[in-house]
Design a binder for this molecule. Structure first.
Ligand SMILES: Cc1ncc(COP(=O)(O)O)c(C=O)c1O
Length: 393
């Protein structure tokens, strides 16, 4: 008898990740100049590693922690949220998660019913969209205003609200555009959420990496928003801890137990060794964060300078944060960003990410990452220089 078993409709609806496809293709190219990963290339600072090793040696990590995470870590996070995000909370409002991603997934699972609509100011981080699809929710893309630096289009967001709208989900500083949504705009967004009784789910992974006049603002710091926000954070970017898989979220005391139900189903608890590492990260010296930021700022400036020489090929908005930027491809062939990126990879040996990976508004763009050594940026742009000149652009 024919076996009719197949993957769920939810999973079938999710397209293959263009990011992972490009990574796979890049591996087939020797000596590739790699600008496609949004992960820190620095190593985790030594004092954090040492604390984790000590916890292992002292027999602290062999079992589960309490589901919401170690109390002393949650207490430390409460202090951090007050100091750096202006958010008042207590340990029962904190859930330690497996990176920001598991926290976001658990929040979406706890808030979204099948058919519920979630508004994404876009371009947006593709993983968020997948999280909504996995919960059988419906992503609704509302373009940001690119010419003004990919800022929120508050009027367009208002118009996109329907009786099925349940939440607005965004990351600021943004992956992929590097935009830092301003306090003024986020206050306007909060008003829209409150007027329409919507939840806001934030991804603040790049909170410490902002440049020039841009400042990170947490919408969860607005007192009226207390019951309407789930704020998600991570150690991944701040302390170069990608592989430790450790993050946390903050929400109301009413909501956290509901999100915890999803967290138990996904993970039981966050990795305990990583919880001790995170504790050391928060309690230890913070100069590493400033060092990473300075490095990214200098890499951003270099990338913008190099892009300025390609004004017939790309236009771009200077990113105010994160370590990513999202230039628009001015050439006709850029209308298909996947084909454009694949050609750039094959013919110039430069790996980038096609804009379409970040929602329909991302088409005709490519994402460039500047969390790489400056030599890598120069190598990639020298190659693109030769490539575009040979084609008379
Ligand atoms: C916006 C954003 N959120 C979350 C993550 C991943 O966070 P974590 O490693 O904490 O799960 C990334 C990684 O690239 C990201 O760009």
């Amino acid at each position: 008898m024919k076996n009719n078993r197949r993957a769920s409709n939810r999973v079938m609806e999710i397209k293959k990740s263009a990011i992972h496809e490009m990574t796979k293709l890049s591996k087939e190219i020797e000596d590739v100049a790699f600008l496609s990963w949004a992960k820190p290339t620095s190593d985790t600072p030594n004092h954090i590693k040492d604390a984790a090793i000590a916890a292992v040696k002292n027999g602290l990590v062999g079992g589960y922690s309490e589901t919401p995470g170690l109390l002393e870590l949650r207490e430390e996070i409460v202090k951090k949220l007050k100091r750096d995000n202006d958010i008042d909370s207590n340990p029962s409002q904190i859930l330690i998660t497996v990176g920001a991603i598991e926290g976001l997934s658990a929040a979406v699972m706890a808030l979204i019913d099948p058919g519920d609509e979630v508004i994404f100011p876009s371009p947006t981080y593709s993983t968020h969209v997948r999280q909504v699809l996995l919960a059988s929710g419906r992503p609704v893309f509302v373009p940001t205003i690119e010419e003004e630096g990919f800022i929120l289009d508050i009027e367009a967001i208002k118009k996109a609200i329907t009786p099925r709208t349940r939440a607005i989900m965004y990351c600021s500083p943004s992956n992929p555009s590097g935009t830092v949504f301003s306090e003024k705009q986020l206050c306007q967004l909060a008003d829209v959420a409150l007027e329409n009784n919507l939840m806001v789910i934030t991804d603040e992974a790049y909170e410490y990496f902002t440049y020039d006049e841009h400042r990170h603002f947490s919408i969860g710091s607005i007192p009226e928003m207390k019951g309407n926000v789930v704020s998600c954070y991570t150690f991944t970017k701040t302390y170069a801890m990608t592989g430790w898989r450790i993050g946390y979220l903050q929400a109301s005391e009413k909501l956290v137990p509901q999100i915890t139900k999803a967290h138990i189903a996904f993970a039981i608890c966050a990795p305990v060794v990583s919880q001790y590492a995170a504790l050391a990260a928060l309690r230890g010296p913070q100069d590493c964060v400033a060092e990473f930021r300075d490095k990214y700022l200098s890499a951003r400036n270099l990338m913008c300078q190099r892009l300025d020489r390609f004004d017939s090929v790309f236009s771009y908005q200077k990113p105010g944060g994160s370590y990513l930027m999202f230039p628009k491809i001015l050439l006709d062939e850029g209308k298909d960003s996947i084909a454009f990126c694949q050609r750039l990879l094959r013919e110039a040996k430069v790996s980038t990410t096609p804009g379409i990976a970040f929602g329909p508004t991302g088409e005709s763009h490519l994402r460039l990452s500047f969390c790489v050594p400056e030599e890598m940026i120069n190598k990639a742009f020298d190659r693109m220089d030769g490539y575009f000149k040979s084609r008379n652009f």
